[in-house]
Design a protein around this ligand. Structure first.
Ligand SMILES: Nc1ncnc2c1ncn2[C@@H]1O[C@H](COP(=O)(O)OP(=O)(O)OP(=O)(O)O)[C@@H](O)[C@H]1O
Length: 394
C-alpha cells in the first residue's frame, strides 16, 4: 500500500500500475518488495493470451541473476493467485500467469497422440498455465515421480504407459509392479514383473542388453539410439516402469538398476520410477543417480525433505491437497500441473482398439536374431517364462 505522505512521482506510478490491471500490479508489488533498490527488474510488456492468461516480458538489469528471480516464483504465484511459468530468453524473463484456477480433473481424452508424431516417445505431463504440457520421454533420459500415497502416482504411470503404447506400439514396455494388480490389464502389451526375485533377473538382462546396444551403436558410429533410428537402424525403445521403487531392497538389483540409470541413456532404455518417499533409507546412494532423472513429477509431499528429494525445493510440500495436482520439473522448467485422469478400464478399451497391430509387432520382435536385440526373447526369464505373466517364450 502507498503511504499517505508518498511523493507525487510514487503516487502517479501507483495509479499507473493499478490501471494496468490486478495481475500486473501484483507482479510489480512483488518486484518492489523483493528488489528495494534500483535498478530493479522492469516489466516491459504485458500480452493477453486469453481471458485469464497473461504473458509478461521482464527485463533483468545487469547484476540481477535469473536464478535469484526464479526463486521468488512462489511469491509471484501467491500475489497473483495464479499458476506461473518463468523462463529466460537472453536478458529477458518470460513470465506466464494463468489466473484461472486449474480444474480438479481433466480427462485423458484431451490428449491426442496423433499430434505428436515428431516426438519419439510423447506423453502428456498434464494441464498447466501453458495449456496441455506434452513431453518426449526419449529426451530425459529417465523420469521420476513421487509423493504421498493416493495423490496420483499410479495414474501418472498409467498415462505414460498408455500414451507410449498408443503412439509407439513397437516399444518394449516392462512394468515392475510389486502391488501385482495395478497393471494387470497391460499384460497383453507389456512384460509385467510382480516378484522381486524376477526383477533382479530382469535388471541383469537389461544390463546385458544395454552393453550389446552400446557395441552396435559404436559400430554404426551413432552416439545415441535416435541417430541410429534416423539411419534406418532397428532398435526399439525399452521403457521400464517401476511402481514403488522402495520395494527394490536387494543390493544386487539396486546396483543393476543404478548402472542402467547411469549408462542406459543413449541406448534407448528409459526408466520411469515412482516412490512415495524418496528420503527413505533404501535410497542411501540415490543422490548419485538422481541427476539422471531429468524429468520429475512431485505430487503433494508430507514434508519439505521429501519435496527436496524430488524437486530440490519445497514446492511439493505446499501443494493444495488435490488428487492429480503436481509440480513438474525438468532442468530450469518448473510448473504446476493437473495430470490427466485415465481410468484403467478406459485404458484397456483404448488399447483393445489397436490390439491386432500391436501383437503383430510383438511377433516380429520375437523373430529377430539375437544380435538385433529382440527385447522379448532376450529378456526372457527362466525357461517356461515368468510365472504370472502371459508372455512365455515361444
Ligand atoms: N489426475 C487425476 N485427476 C483426478 N483424480 C485423480 C488423478 N490422479 C489420481 N486421481 C484420483 O486419486 C486416486 C488415487 O490415485 P493413484 O492410485 O494414482 O494414487 P497413488 O499415489 O499411486 O496411490 P498409491 O500410492 O496408493 O498407489 C485415484 O483413484 C483417482 O480417484
Amino acid at each position: 500500500m502507498l503511504r499517505n505522505d508518498a511523493p507525487l512521482v510514487d503516487r502517479l506510478r501507483y495509479i499507473y500500475i493499478r490501471r494496468k490491471g490486478p495481475v500486473y500490479a501484483a507482479i510489480s508489488d512483488v518486484i518492489d518488495d523483493q528488489y528495494p533498490k534500483e535498478p530493479r527488474p522492469l516489466i516491459i510488456k504485458q500480452i493477453k493470451l486469453a481471458d485469464k492468461a497473461h504473458r509478461f516480458l521482464i527485463h533483468l538489469p545487469p547484476g540481477k541473476g535469473f536464478d535469484e528471480f526464479k526463486k521468488k516464483e512462489r511469491l509471484f504465484a501467491d500475489a497473483t493467485g495464479g499458476s506461473l511459468l518463468i523462463e529466460k530468453r537472453g536478458t529477458t524473463i518470460i513470465m506466464e500467469v494463468l489466473t484461472e484456477e486449474l480444474k480438479k480433473s481433466y480427462p485423458y481424452s484431451l490428449y491426442d497422440h496423433t499430434k505428436y508424431n515428431s516426438m519419439h516417445l510423447p506423453f502428456p505431463i498434464g494441464m498447466s498455465a501453458k495449456g496441455l504440457l506434452v513431453r518426449d520421454l526419449a529426451e530425459y533420459p529417465h523420469f521420476f515421480t513421487g509423493g504421498e500415497t493416493n495423490f496420483g502416482k499410479s495414474n501418472a504411470l498409467h498415462v505414460i504407459a498408455n500414451s507410449i503404447l498408443l503412439s509407439r506400439p513397437d516399444t518394449y514396455l516392462v512394468i515392475v509392479d510389486p502391488k501385482s494388480t495395478e497393471f494387470a490389464y497391460l499384460e497383453d502389451y507389456a512384460l509385467v514383473v510382480d516378484e522381486m526375485q524376477h526383477a533382479k533377473i530382469l535388471f541383469q538382462k537389461l544390463n546385458h542388453e544395454m552393453d550389446k546396444r552400446k557395441k552396435i551403436l559404436k559400430k554404426a558410429n551413432c552416439v545415441k539410439v535416435q541417430k541410429y533410428l534416423t539411419q534406418g537402424g532397428d532398435m526399439p525403445f525399452i521403457i521400464v516402469i517401476i511402481d514403488e521403487m522402495a520395494e527394490l531392497q536387494d543390493k544386487e538389483t539396486i546396483d543393476h538398476l543404478w548402472r542402467l540409470l547411469r549408462m542406459g541413456r543413449f541406448t534407448g532404455i528409459h526408466i520411469i520410477a515412482a516412490t512415495q518417499r524418496p528420503s527413505s533409507k533404501v535410497f542411501d546412494n540415490f543422490g548419485d543417480v538422481k541427476a539422471m532423472f531429468l524429468g520429475r513429477l512431485a505430487f503433494i509431499c508430507a514434508d519439505s525433505i521429501n519435496s527436496h528429494m524430488i524437486l530440490d525445493n519445497d514446492r511439493a510440500a505446499h501443494l493444495e491437497a488435490i488428487q492429480g495436482r503436481a509440480i513438474y520439473k525438468c532442468g530450469l522448467e518448473m510448473i504446476e500441473v493437473q495430470t490427466l485422469f485415465l481410468d484403467p478400464e478406459d485404458a484397456a478399451m483404448l488399447l483393445k482398439d489397436s490390439k491386432d497391430r500391436r501383437l503383430k509387432k510383438v511377433d516380429f520382435f520375437i523373430n529377430q536374431p539375437s544380435e538385433r536385440l529382440p527385447p522379448r526373447q532376450n529378456l526372457a526369464l527362466p525357461p517356461g517364462g515368468m510365472p504370472g505373466s502371459r508372455h512365455r517364450p515361444n
